[in-house]
Design a protein around this ligand. Structure first.
Ligand code: TXA
Ligand code: MG
Length: 325
């Protein structure tokens, strides 16, 4: 237990005060909760890495509320990326843009681009508007763990470690932003997220999807094992493949295509078979089973490989890596 009595509140005033003092505040966004600090204050940013147990080679996204403010922090805004910003900000899109020296190297892990986004959450937009600096914020979870989509998830990780969680309710998208940049005049998606590839391509034309995995990534959420609960995660192609697991009482099921009736140990993510609804519930469901002492293994049905389902499958695959268990 740390030094703080963590305040859980929907008031932005105390959040403004803590952030101005160089402290950390967890903030709601439409994707997942972030663990925020003044992005221009190196001492404050360092606390993010310490609290998360995050390696310094993994850079942070910088959040603002107004595209007109971005000129203070970036040297150029390439046209295709500007078009994407105009189409999707505020929203679940992070753009990698050439940074000015005012953004500390700590934020970008020494890279010359900074990840920027305008999140679409009313409380956090009001907070950002009231502050004279942008907010660096990774997802508010210990490094490598499932991202938080509710204030209680953040509380379970960082109670006592941070002074405040700004409670904005459940995150409506439920998975992280899509990260986009340019290389050699080509638009590249570095991380699939809540904004679909098709939506990006509708504005920017054909894009390249960088899908490599490594244990020391230069880019976004690309660690082979990431977004992972502590329990064993097994991916199955459909509910028929899940059948052999059903008899074990220590197995929990998460399905998309249809329900499997096995009492409390099974969740059907969307009765409408709606991928957006499934995404909004996915991380919270993983965490629910992860905290259930009766459960040892979580079996998850793959999602249809379309729109946000592509991002869900990507997260699922990383969550299922058992490399350091
Ligand atoms: O939806 C989101 O993006 C959430 C909310 C809080 O905004 N944030 C988030 O942050 O998911 P994080 O730190 O958990 O994941 C951001 C990823 C990291 O894997 C990092 O490697 C990558 O973005 N990233 C950030 N800045 C980068 C940069 N300058 N160049 C390459 N990758 C970058
Ligand atoms: Mg993260």
């Amino acid at each position: 237990m740390g030094e703080y009595k963590t305040l859980l509140s929907a008031e932005i005033e105390p959040a403004i005060q803590w952030l101005q003092r160089g402290d950390l505040v967890a903030i709601p966004t439409e994707t997942v909760y972030g663990l925020a600090a003044n992005a221009l204050n190196e001492i404050a940013v360092r606390k993010i890495f310490q609290v998360k147990g995050r390696p310094y080679y993994d850079p942070l996204i910088v959040h603002t509320n107004d595209i007109r403010k971005a000129d203070q922090w970036i040297t150029a805004f390439p046209q295709p990326l500007k078009m994407l910003a105009e189409a999707f900000w505020p929203g679940p899109l992070t753009l990698l843009l050439p940074k000015k020296p005012v953004i500390p190297d700590l934020v970008t892990a020494g890279l010359n681009r900074v990840g920027m986004r305008i999140p679409d959450h009313p409380l956090t937009l009001r907070l950002l508007q009231a502050l004279e600096f942008p907010l660096a914020a990774p997802s508010a979870n210990p490094f490598g763990y499932v991202s938080p989509t509710m204030a209680i998830h953040v509380m379970s990780h960082f109670q006592g470690e941070i002074p405040m969680i700004l409670d904005g309710g459940a995150c409506p998208k439920g998975i992280e932003s899509t990260i986009v940049g340019m290389e050699d005049h080509q638009v590249v998606i570095y991380r699939l997220g809540a904004l679909s590839r098709a939506a990006v391509e509708a504005i920017a034309g054909r894009v390249h999807l960088q899908r490599h995995s490594s244990s020391r990534p230069t880019a976004p959420g690309m660690l082979t094992k990431h977004y992972a609960p502590n329990k064993r995660v097994i991916v199955v192609g459909d509910t028929a493949e899940a059948k052999p697991f059903i008899k074990s009482p220590e197995v929990a099921l998460i399905t998309f295509s249809r329900p499997i009736d096995q009492g409390y140990r099974s969740v059907w993510l969307s009765a409408k078979r709606d991928l957006d609804e499934a995404a909004a519930r996915f991380y919270a469901t993983l965490q629910q089973w992860d905290h259930d002492p009766a459960i040892e293994t979580i079996v998850v049905e793959r999602f249809p490989d379309e729109s946000i389902g592509q991002a869900l499958n990507d997260k699922l695959q990383r969550a299922a890596q058992q490399s350091d268990l």
